[in-house]
Design a protein around this ligand. Structure first.
Ligand SMILES: Nc1ncnc2c1ncn2CCCCCNC(=O)c1cc(-c2ccc(F)cc2)cc(O)c1O
Ligand SMILES: [Mg+2]
Length: 217
């Protein structure tokens, strides 16, 4: 067929979702994943918890690591206040290209910036190049063995403040080596584990971890 799964998903969204309507884009993407092809979106129960965090926290500056097709970026941004923004990092150029289209389809290109680079390179530049002072919300959803590297980098860059939330996907499947031990063992966070179904698989259990930063500014 020559097309990738991500390109087929985008085609489906363009044909079936309402332009400029984030809810329609998400509903249509969930429909695609349930009826056509599975995709690794932070969907359903995971998405509901993410919605709850964003609505309660009302973050101004959000960082997402691992954009994939932009499902969770749209999910986060649709609930952001007018001046708030989301920076989302995706190292895979094919994923980033699809994500930019999905963000545009949802009409959220003014709130979401998709950066096609490695997360570590961007985290080091957030203050100088991306005009970020502090991060209110961080969503970890990229390569699982990089969660630990990047959370340490975010701390090193002093990007968190009291009340900042770090939300991690897949802490059970595939699991994020060393991350749970690190974040639960740190005096700087108050962590909560949520047992959830794996995206679009009603008979598989995954887990997400919400950690509130309580450490020194
Ligand atoms: N240094 C960087 N910076 C930015 N992006 C970066 C990066 N390095 C890589 N990436 C690009 C992310 C690659 C995708 C990450 N997500 C995943 O790998 C992922 C996999 C599964 C899954 C589980 C069981 C299965 F059988 C099959 C799939 C589910 C999920 O919810 C997932 O989030
Ligand atoms: Mg994930």
């Amino acid at each position: 067929k020559g097309t990738t799964r991500e390109q087929r998903a985008l085609k489906y969204l363009k044909e079936h979702a309402r332009q400029g309507d984030p809810d329609s884009v998400l509903e249509t993407f969930d429909e695609f994943c349930r009826t056509q092809e599975w995709a690794m979106n932070a969907a359903e129960e995971k998405g509901d918890i993410l919605d709850e965090i964003v609505r309660e926290l009302q973050p101004t500056t959000c960082l997402e690591l691992g954009t994939y097709c932009g499902y969770s970026a749209v999910r986060i941004a649709r609930n952001l206040s007018p001046s708030a923004r989301l920076i989302t990092i995706e190292v895979n150029p094919d994923y980033a290209a699809v994500a930019r289209e999905v963000v545009k389809l949802a009409g959220l290109q003014d709130k979401i910036e998709v950066i096609n680079l490695d997360s570590a390179d961007v985290i080091r530049e957030l203050k100088n190049t991306y005009d970020v002072t502090k991060l209110d919300l961080v969503f970890l959803d990229h390569w699982k063995y990089l969660y630990i590297r990047d959370i340490k980098l975010i701390e090193e860059e002093k990007l968190l403040k009291k009340g900042s939330v770090v939300f991690a996907d897949n802490v059970i499947i595939p699991g994020a080596p060393g991350y749970l031990e690190y974040i639960r063992g740190s005096k700087n966070y108050k962590s909560t584990f949520y047992s959830v179904h794996f995206e679009y698989m009603d008979d598989m259990k995954d887990g997400v971890e919400k950690s509130v930063y309580i450490g020194d500014e």
